[in-house]
Design a protein around this ligand. Structure first.
Ligand code: RM4
Ligand code: MN
Ligand code: MN
Length: 431
């Protein structure tokens, strides 16, 4: 396996931090032991955690107003993979990449698959894009894609999704995520029920092209780019469509795709209860689809989501395995640093949720001891599990402190020199 960062540099970095980490780990281990928790079990559990990196996240994003490019942005899917290789090498928590077509369309799928496996990477869900027109495309998505009035437009959008499945098959992916921006900007612009009927009709054709071991994930989003009425705006619509399509259709929860203050953990509980929780796009937000770094605004919400996931795993056993993916847009930070720290924040929530004393919680719920029930969650959430996460990384060959190690490696300077920006290119990311 090729490592993008020199393995000796990572080892040297870890050696420098080894005695501090040992002391922190032992102190935390002692504290947990007094609570009857074995730190080693948590560290092994932390090592099982994996979240996919979105290929579109390694370039600088942008807003509707501007995009301020970063240095050394990847200019093609192979360079994106290198950046993803760094993220996984240092965090050991991101072994897969989620690709977005046509942005990442390879000319040779085998070459791409080999490049990924040389870096120790695989592929998670592939994503279709019918929210933008592509050069040379015959029909425009200005008035919708899978829900469009025009049969030709719908046919083009369906064909693109089927093409994504084919590409995904050749890359070893096993799921397709469909997010459409379709909807209306004005009351009366479109027949609300008719649009959803057309969506289902289109999705049935895509569903029919899925291999038996594939899943299609329906991603809902409250608004934007359709500001008055988005066709797949909420989990209820997503759930109804997944139900109507069949067992291979599930729902994807992007944390930023809800109104502020929505109880997202309850949505997670509902979807899990009815067997329709397909996966996540993790990010954080203050107002809308902000695509900020996971855990940067509301880490308690992230913990509560993982608390529901731990509950579902306990109830449903090994069959319960939603996909974990990041979906973020980095405008003012180095995307590699943001993605590394975000992966660690999601992993932190996963480990903290495992610390919840579920039997005690169930007892307090049963006896209506509200305060103690709430305190049981808070005790887990307040526990600083950083030493567990660092130890899990170091034991797997990752970095004790991924951002510090990354900065010491000089990777960004190296790629800045090797990847001069292409004139006129918007780079990767969502613009
Ligand atoms: C959307 C949505 C999708 C992603 C695009 C790039 O807001 O979150 O998951 O495909 O952004
Ligand atoms: Mn998303
Ligand atoms: Mn989004």
């Amino acid at each position: 396996m090729t490592t993008v960062i020199d393995a000796a540099l990572v080892a040297e970095h870890n050696a420098k931090l080894a005695s501090d980490l040992k002391a922190d780990y032992e102190a935390l281990g002692g504290m947990l032991a007094r609570r009857g928790v074995d730190i080693e079990e948590l560290t092994s559990l932390a090592q099982t955690f994996a979240v996919a990196v979105p290929s579109w996240g390694v370039g600088t994003g942008g807003t509707r107003f501007a995009r301020f490019p970063g240095r050394g942005e990847p200019r093609n899917v192979f360079e994106k993979l290198d950046d993803c290789g760094v993220i996984n090498q240092l965090t050991k928590a991101t072994p897969t990449v989620s690709l977005h077509f046509p942005w990442d369309r390879p000319s040779d799928a085998r070459e791409l698959r080999e490049a990924a496996s040389a870096l120790g990477l695989g592929f998670d869900a592939v994503n279709s894009n019918t929210f933008q027109d592509q050069a040379g495309q015959e029909q425009t998505y200005k008035f919708g894609s899978l829900t469009a009035n025009s049969r030709e437009v719908r046919a083009q959008a369906i064909a693109h999704n089927i093409d994504c499945i084919e590409l995904g098959k050749s890359l070893g992916s096993q799921s397709l995520t469909v997010w459409v921006g379709d909807g209306a900007n004005f009351p009366g612009q479109s027949n609300l029920r008719g649009a959803l009927e057309r969506y289902l009709e289109s999705m049935r054709e895509i569903y029919a092209a899925l291999p038996d071991d594939w899943t299609v994930m329906i991603e809902h989003k409250l608004f934007e780019p359709a500001f008055y009425a988005t066709t797949i705006a909420d989990w209820g619509t997503s759930f109804a469509c997944a139900q109507a399509l069949g067992p291979k259709a599930k729902c994807l929860v992007d944390l930023g795709h809800h109104a502020p203050n929505t109880n997202i953990e309850m949505i997670v509980a509902r979807l899990a209860q009815f067997g329709k929780l397909g996966g996540f796009h993790f990010n954080d937000s203050k107002y809308g689809d902000d695509d900020l770094d996971s855990g940067s605004i509301n880490p308690f919400q992230l913990f509560l989501v993982f608390n529901e996931l731990a509950d579902a795993a306990q109830r449903d056993g090994a069959g319960f395995k939603p996909s974990y993916m990041l979906d973020q847009s980095h405008n003012v930070t180095d995307p590699v640093e943001s993605l590394m720290s975000s992966a660690v924040e999601v992993q932190r929530a996963f480990v903290q949720a495992a610390l919840v004393d579920r039997a005690a919680l169930a007892g307090f719920q049963e006896s209506n001891d509200v305060l103690q029930a709430a305190q049981t969650l808070k005790q887990a959430y307040r526990t600083d599990v950083s030493a567990i996460l660092a130890m899990a990384r170091v034991r797997a060959g990752g970095a004790a402190d991924p951002v510090r190690c990354y900065r010491a490696s000089g990777y960004r300077d190296r790629v800045a020199a090797a990847r001069p920006p292409k004139a006129g290119a918007s780079g990767s990311g969502i613009v």
